[in-house]
Design a protein around this ligand. Sequence first.
Ligand code: NAI
Ligand code: MG
Length: 362
Amino acid sequence: MRILALPGDGVGVEVTEAALRVLDWFRTRRGFACEVLRRDFGLANWTKHGTMMPDETWARILEADAILFGAVGSLDQAGVVPPEERRKGSLLRMRKALDLFANLRPVRMPAALAEASPCKPRVTEGVDLILVRELTAGVYFGTPRGVETLPDGTRRGVNTHSYTEAEIARAARFAFALARGRRGRVTSVDKANVMEAGALWREVVGRIGAEEFPDVVLEHMLADNCAIQLLRAPRRFDVILTDNLFGDLLSDAAGAIIGSLGMLPSASLSAPDAAGRRRALYEPIHGSAPDIAGRGVANPLGAILSLALLLRWSAGRAEDAAHLEAAVDRALAAGARTSDIAAPGESVLSTEQMTQAVLDAL
Ligand code: NAI
Ligand code: MG
């Protein structure tokens, strides 16, 4: 397997380093055969070398079996990076080029972190859901898009929310198949009441569910209601299927249940090719966190749990993945805390110490 590490910017570098240490454990102790390459890109690279995405890095991206991604500091406060360069180094470009249409975000509440959550323990206890967000269509990609000047001199901003039946269908099939290996329940989220594309979404998901996955329980839910139910009764969800925009919002809302962005992993997958191989990018959901970058205090668990997803989805090593997830739980149960998940008065570990705690638990 060819694994490409793209640490990128800010804490992306620190947490990817942590994930690579854990990956090394699986190579030496579990015989996981893989070749790991590490390449620069991002804002820091622009500052140093005048490009956000070196051509050589892009070539490696296109041929990697799996990418371990850190973060890109896409907010360019000074506005110095030309738009063309920003697009070259953007995550959207990678998602589109690799056709990563299925974004998975598992949200599991570790019992030890009940206190870190903004929700009451009786609400969060046992939460174990996974959100499937369609990632390559919808309003982030639809055309026409842009800002135009009207005849009266004022401006109009336009984006287009668009989904073909095929784009809906492949996301739906992914979610149904995933639910089969879990508790057999899909909640499909849309705004069918006000959006034509949402009504089509509901129709296509309903048809595929009835015809191809009659054993999976399907419910439809409006996106605004879903936002409420995620906070009121998150345990009721197994697999949540939704589009690109609602998925962006609802996956962050679902993540908030856990209490820190630093805890949450994600996987972005393409359809399998003829050989059954999926393109894949794994990343913690947080960004470059400029407010804490460079201090060695970032929580590495989101990146480490992203590695567990890589083991499961790209390497076919489900047992190793479960072993790693259990090790993270054990480290937390034993009291290991970075500052973002520590309760007042609890002692706090650095990024490196938390990584060591996971290695010890392994
Ligand atoms: P952020 O996710 O970087 O940080 C939000 C808050 O969470 C901050 O207070 C930060 O300190 C904290 N946080 C994030 N990761 C943490 C970790 N591992 N451990 C402990 N605390 C953590 O989001 P923000 O501040 O909105 O964006 C910063 C930069 O990151 C921007 O340039 C943004 O565009 C970019 N970004 C990149 C993403 C990506 O590469 N996929 C995703 C989100 C934002
Ligand atoms: Mg987001």
